[in-house]
Write a protein that binds this ligand. Structure first.
Ligand code: TXA
Ligand code: MG
Length: 339
């Protein structure tokens, strides 16, 4: 039995108390954040956290992010807080930035996938903050079955988890659309492990140059530091092809590909920043922010529409574009055409 809790019109304290109690009882509650929906459980309760891994089909060595609502809780979950963490938290929390820090003894290894580090963030969604305040620090991966596109609507969570978890809080569409930026502050130099909702450029303005983990660019390397990157990700069931490069040429190439595939008798779905004639079309928007917001919904919608192939337009890797392209290339299993 899954209860759907409607909070599209804002925080309802009475309903939040019900959901908070479920978390404290070790139950699973999906909730909205500004990035994507999370599948939440009490971060310090081993059995509850184990249920997250089971429900998602997530490999046990892929660690979870702990969500806090108060800086006091950072001291509870992290063993030490470097100066950069203080500066970044002050500037960007609540917001789409996750910091990897040394873990405190209170945090079970189940939550950190066996690592001595812990990922922490303070989400910028009033419903998420209220839920955490009504319960405890909440461990939450994106609320999708492992490998599928992340959920930006409660309906996406319903598609993946109805009947498998205790509650889903519907807070309407999330507004960032890609997951948080993950920054490791436990290595010699601050290192970007996952580009996300907070652009790298903004982080560098506060703490100076940041190293970019090679896996972010899709290279195959030692993945012990960034366990999330070795798994299949964001994939619809339909094959995806990405077309990247010069903006005019890539639209031209997409039109050409549509004709080619249709002549082979295939039904073609296109997601792009300008109108393209195809069997199904999803408009991604015209700024990197809009594309980020629409990306996962576009993948899920085209996947459901029953097309045989999805052709996706790539965008420039600046600002949120870095996160968008990271997700898109993974969704395509690195089937990329450059023009
Ligand atoms: O925006 C978000 O971050 C969303 C919302 C719900 O907060 N959550 C999310 O969680 O995207 P998830 O589990 O889908 O992605 C967490 C990422 C994974 O790539 C994981 O490997 C990485 O963070 N991660 C977590 N703990 C880590 C650690 N201790 N060291 C390195 N990477 C870590
Ligand atoms: Mg995820």
């Amino acid at each position: 039995m899954t209860i759907i809790i409607n909070m599209r019109d804002g925080v309802d304290e009475r309903k939040i108390r019900v959901a908070g109690r479920l978390i404290l009882e070790g139950k699973l509650v999906a909730f909205p954040t500004e990035t994507v929906y999370g599948l939440g459980a009490d971060a310090l309760n081993e059995n509850a956290v184990r249920r997250i891994f089971e429900a998602k089909g997530r490999p046990p060595d892929n660690p979870l992010i702990i969500h806090i609502a108060d800086l006091k809780d950072l001291k509870k979950v992290a063993a030490s807080i470097p100066r950069e963490a203080e500066m970044l938290a002050k500037k960007f929390w609540p917001g789409p930035l996750t910091l990897v820090l040394p873990k405190s003894e209170k945090v079970p290894y189940v939550t950190t996938g066996g690592l001595d580090t812990v990922a922490v963030r303070m989400p910028a969604h009033p419903v998420a903050l209220a839920l955490i305040r009504a319960s405890t620090p909440v461990a939450a991966p994106s609320a999708n079955i492992s490998g599928r596109p992340s959920p930006t609507l409660a309906e996406h969570v319903v598609d993946d988890f109805y009947g498998k978890i205790e509650a889903i809080i519907d807070g309407g569409p999330t507004w960032v659309g890609v997951e948080s930026t993950v920054l490791d502050l436990t290595s010699e130099r601050p290192t970007l492990l996952r580009p996300g909702g907070l652009p790298l450029e903004e982080i560098e303005r506060v703490i100076g140059e940041v190293e970019v983990h090679p896996a972010v660019k899709g290279k195959k390397v030692d993945l012990a530091k960034a366990p999330g990157m070795k798994y299949r990700h964001y994939s619809p069931k339909t094959p995806v092809v990405v077309v990247e490069g010069n903006p005019e040429k890539r639209l031209e190439k997409i039109r050409e590909l549509v004709e080619e595939r249709r002549s082979q008798g295939l039904r073609v779905g296109v997601m792009a920043t300008a109108r393209v004639d195809a069997d199904e079309f999803y408009f991604l928007g015209s700024t990197p922010e809009e594309v980020a917001r629409n990306l996962f919904k576009a993948l899920r919608t085209l996947d459901k529409s029953g097309v045989d192939v999805i052709i996706a337009e790539g965008i420039e890797e600046e600002g949120l574009g870095l996160a968008v392209m990271n997700r898109l290339r993974k969704a395509a299993g690195y089937r990329v055409i450059r023009v």
